[in-house]
Design a protein around this ligand. Structure first.
Ligand SMILES: [Zn+2]
Length: 61
């Protein structure tokens, strides 16, 4: 195996089911701000965006 099991699993998941959003909660200046990142390229995306503006991945919310 040249790649790890998890790499294969993530790749397969992206192909089959699209890319699920990973939400991050960042504490900034004592207030909580939730940001969303593309699970493929990790660029910050707008909430409920249909596609990543950077890599074009379909986003499942
Ligand atoms: Zn992306």
């Amino acid at each position: 195996m040249s790649k790890s099991f998890w790499d294969d699993l993530i790749t397969a998941g992206s192909i089959i089911g699209g890319a699920w959003i990973a939400a991050e909660i960042i504490k900034a200046f004592s207030k909580k701000v939730t940001i969303y990142r593309c699970p493929r390229c990790y660029v910050v995306i707008n909430k409920n965006a249909a596609r990543c503006h950077n890599c074009g991945a379909c986003l499942n919310w």
